[in-house]
Structure formats: C-alpha cells, structure tokens
Design a protein around this ligand. Sequence first.
Ligand code: ZN
Length: 123
Amino acid sequence: MTTDTEQSMEITTNTPVSERPDTADMSVAALRDEYKTFDLGSIPADDHDRWDRHLEVWSELESRNLVEFPECARDGCDSTRWRFSVGDPAHCAECGEPVTDAEQSSEVHSAANRLMNGEKVEA
Ligand SMILES: [Zn+2]
C-alpha cells in the first residue's frame, strides 16, 4: 500500500518543512506549486523554518534561469537577483540596494510573476 515516490507527495501550507523534499530535486512545476502555498503576509516573523524554506524555493527557481530580471542599479553590482519583503520595496539580493523607481519596481515584479507563473518572456 505504500508508495515512496516523492512526486506523489503534495505539499500544502501545513506540510512540516522538515518533511519537504530537497528543492534541488524538485521540478519547476513542483517548486511553483509549493511557492504558491506561502502566504507571506501570514507567516509569523519568528517562523524561521518557513521563511528559510520560502527563500530556498525562491532561490532554486531563480537559479534555473527561467526569467531575466533587471540588473541592480548600483555601480559595480550587476546582480539580477532580488529579494522581497512585505511592505518594503524590492531590493538587490547582493548589495541590498532597493529598486530605483516605480518603473524598475514594476519590471522586477513582472519578472517575479513570470518566474512564479511560467508566462513566456517577451523580449
Ligand atoms: Zn546590487
């Protein structure tokens, strides 16, 4: 009666972080599905396991190079990795520089949406 294929495991909001598969072994679709289970506004600030896992899932998707993000505007920092926190502007994952203006902010968020939802990237 037991199946131990990890693919049959459905991750929900309540799945303990310790029981979730290694992000490196997950498909893009599985990563996207799990990412959607995080409700950032409702994760307690001290729930470090969940925040860490959320960032791991995000970083793994980012590392698959599915979407091109705008570059950080700071001189000498050509990072295209961004971090998001509730209530603050998106900021560079490398140097912490926030987005420079509304236009860059919307580019970063639109790239993030494509990364999460899988829309085709238009040049
Ligand atoms: Zn930067």
